[in-house]
Design a protein around this ligand. Sequence first.
Ligand SMILES: *[C@@H]1O[C@H](CO)[C@@H](O)[C@H](O)[C@H]1NC(C)=O
Ligand SMILES: *[C@@H]1O[C@H](CO)[C@@H](O)[C@H](O)[C@H]1NC(C)=O
Ligand SMILES: *[C@@H]1O[C@H](CO)[C@@H](O)[C@H](O)[C@H]1NC(C)=O
Ligand SMILES: *[C@@H]1O[C@H](CO)[C@@H](O)[C@H](O)[C@H]1NC(C)=O
Ligand SMILES: *[C@@H]1O[C@H](CO)[C@@H](O)[C@H](O)[C@H]1NC(C)=O
Ligand SMILES: *[C@@H]1O[C@H](CO)[C@@H](O)[C@H](O)[C@H]1NC(C)=O
Ligand SMILES: *[C@@H]1O[C@H](CO)[C@@H](O)[C@H](O)[C@H]1NC(C)=O
Length: 334
Amino acid sequence: MIAALILAWVSATTATSVVRPPQPRETLLVDTRVPVLVGDEWMIMSQEEHQRHLRKREESDGGEITTTITVETSTATASPTTTTYVSSPLPSPFDTAIASNFSSSDGDGCADFINDLLVNPDFKSCYAFSMLIQGSNSFFQAEKSLVSITQVLDATCNGPNVTFCTKYMNDAAKNLTDSSNCATDFELENSLVVQVYAGLKAYQPMYSASCLKTADTSAYCFANAVTNRSALADVYLYYLPLNISYPNSTVPNCNECTRSTMGIFQAATADRDAYIANTYADAADTINAECGVSYVNATLPQARVSNAATSVAQAPPLLLLLSFGFMVFSHWIL
Ligand SMILES: *[C@@H]1O[C@H](CO)[C@@H](O)[C@H](O)[C@H]1NC(C)=O
Ligand SMILES: *[C@@H]1O[C@H](CO)[C@@H](O)[C@H](O)[C@H]1NC(C)=O
Ligand SMILES: *[C@@H]1O[C@H](CO)[C@@H](O)[C@H](O)[C@H]1NC(C)=O
Ligand SMILES: *[C@@H]1O[C@H](CO)[C@@H](O)[C@H](O)[C@H]1NC(C)=O
Ligand SMILES: *[C@@H]1O[C@H](CO)[C@@H](O)[C@H](O)[C@H]1NC(C)=O
Ligand SMILES: *[C@@H]1O[C@H](CO)[C@@H](O)[C@H](O)[C@H]1NC(C)=O
Ligand SMILES: *[C@@H]1O[C@H](CO)[C@@H](O)[C@H](O)[C@H]1NC(C)=O
């Protein structure tokens, strides 16, 4: 079986179109690494390492038939309804050069499906945090400044209709695994396809987590995690719903952001099919080892039958937290 190699290139030039506001000096990001799937293992790589890795892969595939196609990802311009100061284009999902090896048995179906999804107006209106955190170079750039990442989080949190988007993303994930779309590539664990699927499925808990703010500064927890050198370990938390384990060597910050983020994720594990149900318990153990027994709740709630999945999934973050007994912390969550 000769599988045609298709390299899906997404022009990295879109990344440079992010016009960044002036950056305060103290908010420069020191960690710009990305999780990259190498074989069966996730490795955290710098942008340069990632590029080298992609080049090496291309070279080692040199003898095979290679078709290069361009995945058009127009710049997302979701305009949040409640903010007025976002004038520059917002980061767009999967704009980084991901060499994707689509299996020939899906034909062009899979590449077409992902292309169509990324430009779909409904998809764009949801402006999903879960689709940005992996594979978006423009999002990376935005992470370097507290001002720009805050603008992005304002857009992911305040614009979308979460009820609509949760259903939309779930439907899209289901469609992705359809045999006319990406079924084969998904089974072969094509890393782009797996990332897209994970991002779609993880929409709701990641939406809630990305919207958490701290009481004292009213800064987004995520913004603090990526811009504050002493909070960097907290960034790993946000990858848990994407089936990326919390490195057990990570020293977590024992703060309310960690606790509330884990509270949201714990609730989400009621859907045992969700990736978070795989990754949550180990992360909770690692955090409790550092922060104290029961700092976060390491026990998974009762499994929810999948048909009931939407009722909790649609609750806004505050309600979700209240309903799981986090009233103590509600005063610092908007
Ligand atoms: C591409 O996919 C084919 C078949 O699925 C596999 O044999 C090959 O090793 C893959 N190449 C890369 C670079 O992943
Ligand atoms: C949000 O989406 C749901 C489902 O599509 C819809 O019933 C509801 O009216 C929408 N809410 C707003 C404020 O647009
Ligand atoms: C999923 O596929 C169905 C049937 O083709 C289509 O009607 C629906 O719009 C698709 N939904 C998404 C979110 O892709
Ligand atoms: C950075 O993070 C540390 C640890 O969470 C916290 O104590 C500190 O206040 C944060 N600094 C800023 C500027 O947010
Ligand atoms: C999720 O991660 C676990 C542990 O790394 C792995 O065994 C499993 O295959 C992953 N699931 C998917 C669907 O990738
Ligand atoms: C961390 O995880 C690895 C692999 O899962 C395991 O071999 C190692 O013992 C763990 N270390 C600690 C301190 O738990
Ligand atoms: C932890 O979560 C479980 C399942 O939701 C719940 O039964 C238990 O009471 C919680 N424990 C604490 C200390 O909140």
